[in-house]
Design a protein around this ligand. Structure first.
Ligand SMILES: [Zn+2]
Length: 300
C-alpha cells in the first residue's frame, strides 16, 4: 500500500503520514507552542521555512519509507517554485520543491516532492474525507487570504481570491495591491483595514444588531463571494462549492444562494450549491498526500 507524507504549510507547518486517504497517526506540527502557531511563517526567511518543513517531515516519517510527499503552500506555484505569495512575500521566486528535495536526499529520502497551492490541497482533502474523490469540486478558503481550490488538481493559476468583483476604484484593500478584488472585501486582514475601529467578529455581530454600515458591508461581503462564484460557473460550469477556513463561520447560506441565483440565469449553468465545512490541519495534510500520490502515479 502506498504511504505518502502530506504537508500543510500555510500559517504554521502540519505534517502527517497518509495511507489509503487516511492519517496513520497524529500530526506533527511546527511550532509546537500553540501561541506561536498563528502566522509564524510570516517572519521566517524562505530557507528557514524549508528547514522547518523538512524537520517536521522527518518527525512524521519516523524513519519509514514513503512513496510521495505533497506540500500545500499559499501562492502561485509552478513546477515547485513559489512564483508569488502575496501573504508570504519573502518566499517569492523560491524553488521550494528543489530545496525540500535536496534536504530530504541528504536524509536518505528520494520520494518525489510536489508542491501545490494550499487551497488545492484543501479541496483534495475535502474530496478525500467526504467521499467525493470521483467528482470535481471547488473550494473557497476564507482567511487572511482568500483561496480558491479545485479537485482534481490541474495545471493553472486559479487565483480566484483575486477575481475582480467591483469596479469601484476605492476598493483597494487586497493583500496583492490590486483594486476591486474579492480578497480586498472578504479577507480577514482587508476587513481589519476597512474597519479600523472594530474586529471582523464585531462587524458581523453589529450587522445582526442592525448597524447600517455593518449591515451594508455584510451584504457586500456575501455578494462578492457570489460574484466570484458566478464567474467560476460562467467559465467552468456549475457544481459543488465548499466554503471553509476561519471566516466561513460568518457565511449566511440563504443570502449567498440568493445572490448567486441573481447572478447566474442561464439554464445549463443552474444547479450549483454551497456547503460550509469546517476544516482542520488534518484535511489539508490528507489532501496534500492524495494530490502527491495522484501526481506521482500520473508521471510514473
Ligand atoms: Zn488581489
Amino acid at each position: 500500500m502506498a504511504r505518502s507524507i502530506g504537508v500543510m504549510a500555510a500559517e504554521h507547518v502540519a505534517v502527517g503520514a497518509v495511507e489509503d486517504n487516511r492519517l496513520t497517526g497524529p500530526l506533527c506540527v511546527f511550532p509546537k507552542e500553540p501561541d506561536r502557531k498563528a502566522e509564524v511563517l510570516h517572519s521566517m526567511p524562505a530557507h528557514e521555512i524549508a528547514f522547518s518543513i523538512v524537520e517536521t517531515i522527518e518527525s512524521a516519517r519516523q524513519g519509514e519509507a514513503v512513496d510521495a510527499i505533497g506540500v500545500g503552500f499559499p501562492g502561485i506555484i509552478r513546477d515547485g517554485i513559489v512564483e508569488e505569495s502575496p501573504n508570504l512575500q519573502q518566499v517569492k521566486g523560491f524553488d521550494l520543491a528543489a530545496a525540500l528535495t535536496a534536504a530530504l536526499r541528504q536524509r536518505g529520502v528520494s520520494a518525489p516532492v510536489v508542491v501545490f497551492n494550499d487551497a488545492d490541497v484543501t479541496a483534495a482533502g475535502i474530496a478525500a474525507t467526504s467521499g467525493r474523490l470521483d467528482r470535481p469540486i471547488r473550494v473557497w478558503t476564507l482567511g487572511n487570504g482568500i483561496g480558491f481550490g479545485r479537485y482534481p488538481w490541474s495545471e493553472g493559476v486559479w487565483e480566484g481570491g483575486h477575481c475582480v468583483v467591483t469596479l469601484d476604484p476605492k476598493e483597494h484593500f487586497c493583500g496583492c495591491g490590486g483594486k476591486g478584488h474579492l480578497e480586498g472585501i472578504m479577507g480577514h486582514r482587508a476587513m481589519r483595514l476597512r474597519f479600523l475601529d472594530m474586529e471582523p467578529e464585531e462587524v458581523f455581530a453589529n450587522a445582526k444588531a442592525g448597524d447600517p454600515r455593518c449591515e451594508a458591508f455584510v451584504k457586500m461581503w456575501h455578494r462578492a463571494l457570489a460574484a466570484a462564484t458566478a464567474s467560476s460557473i460562467h467559465m467552468s460550469g456549475p457544481g459543488e462549492f465548499f466554503v471553509t477556513g476561519l471566516n466561513a463561520r460568518f457565511i449566511d447560506l440563504g443570502l449567498l444562494n440568493r445572490y448567486l441565483h441573481e447572478m447566474v440565469k442561464m439554464t445549463p449553468l443552474q444547479g450549483s450549491y454551497f456547503e460550509v465545512v469546517a476544516t482542520s490541519d488534518d484535511v489539508g495534510v490528507i489532501g496534500a498526500a492524495v494530490n502527491a500520490e495522484r501526481f506521482a502515479r500520473a508521471s510514473a
